[in-house]
Design a protein around this ligand. Structure first.
Ligand SMILES: *[C@@H]1O[C@H](CO)[C@@H](O)[C@H](O)[C@H]1NC(C)=O
Ligand SMILES: *[C@@H]1O[C@H](CO)[C@@H](O)[C@H](O)[C@H]1NC(C)=O
Length: 137
């Protein structure tokens, strides 16, 4: 049984590109750094284009934004720059690795759904006020 499972997962991982980040447990923020991590096998295309997608047009009106074109597939990871207008906020995002900007529907791999959160408040604004005790002598 154990051998069977191992063989199955080997077949799955040998198929093509897989995206391990971002993921449901490791999402992005509006300030970043936002990183895409993938694995590649020899039969995969040499490069791909990273697409940010969300089916909810109230979150992403265009439904998809190219984050980076012609990424070197052997790099294994890339910190993406925000699209024009910055990273949107919301849930239900996915990162798709697609063939190139002219073939956005030729999908090599897809991340799991993840969330993009607003940037955390500035550290300086979250310093708690120290209440000083009045010294009366
Ligand atoms: C991307 O890879 C394809 C083959 O998979 C190749 O024809 C093309 O020249 C590459 N483009 C860049 C910009 O590396
Ligand atoms: C956080 O700090 C930066 C630079 O100091 C500033 O431009 C930005 O407006 C601040 N954001 C908030 C939410 O205070």
């Amino acid at each position: 049984m154990r051998t069977f499972i191992a063989a199955l997962s080997f077949v799955a991982s040998a198929l093509a590109y897989t995206v391990s980040q971002p993921s449901a447990s490791q999402g992005w923020t509006t300030v970043g750094p936002n990183t895409v991590v993938w694995s590649r096998v020899n039969t995969d295309a040499l490069n791909f284009t990273i697409l940010l997608v969300n089916q909810d047009t109230s979150i992403l009106p265009s439904k998809s934004e190219v984050l980076s074109a012609f990424v070197d597939g052997s790099a294994g990871q890339l910190t993406v720059s925000p699209p024009s207008g910055g990273f949107p906020i919301g849930t239900g995002f996915q990162v798709n690795l697609v063939q190139d900007p002219q073939h956005l529907t030729t999908i090599y791999a897809q991340s799991s759904q993840f969330e993009i959160k607003a940037s955390p408040a500035n550290a300086s604004s979250s310093v708690p006020l120290v209440t000083q005790s009045t010294v009366s002598t």
